[in-house]
Design a protein around this ligand. Sequence first.
Ligand SMILES: [Zn+2]
Length: 287
Amino acid sequence: MGSVRIHAIEAGTQRLDGGAMFGVVPRPLWEKRIPPDDRHRIPLALRCLLIEAADALVLVDTGIGNKESEKFRDIFGVSNEGETGPTKLEDGIRAAGFEPDEVDIVLNTHLHFDHAGGNTVRGPDGTPVPAFPDARHVVQRGEFEFSRLDNERIRAAYPRANIDPVGEAGLWDFVEGEGEIAAGVRVLPTPGHTPYHQSVLVEDGGETACFLADVCPTTAHLPLSWTMGYDVEPLVTMESKRKLWDRAEAEGWLLVFEHDPVVAWGRLSRTGGRPELVPLADDRTGS
Ligand SMILES: [Zn+2]
């Protein structure tokens, strides 16, 4: 984007219930877009974004990490074992030319387990410790507080082992609303999936990339009403998408998808009314 290099980092894959991923959309419609396995789950990427900003190396989201039980990994079909580190996230950072300890800022879109799970890893004695102990960790203050509600509908998505050790190390920085996190890296509130969910904009030289995160997890979720059953406020997600697509189309944004099993990024077209993704001309899907 302009002079800022961005990398789609594949931090592994997971499988989530197809019905839950598509909310009220009937299965005959969604299964044509992403076919489910024999346990009704669809494959999903755990794609993170590494941003070489002029003043900081920024990692957006951290995948699932290495702390979950075998039962958890089986239910959610997690495949993220690393070759050079705890998970594929660290492998991907190295493949992009950096060491994990060079990350200056970990930026979480929200704190669900498949976005903040790699914030911490099991230390030598088994207790979770920050995976990026030299990095500041940034999230919306409202999302941090929401994660602590201990409400029956939401708490399973927020294992404390992903969040508390970062706080105990004094590494959290909170933002409220829009804000610049590093040169050319801005956060944009896109509520609905959670009340304080945020997306990330990378802007330089007249170009913009938007890391959507769970406001639109895959290219199949581009239509406004194709929202997830996991969303706590699906009507709010719709309005977040409506605003995003207006800007994305007018300004020619590169849209980056965290969970699409195949496509990392592309540009939006609404020719004919329905929002669709136009792959890049040289077919750099990033995957
Ligand atoms: Zn997610």
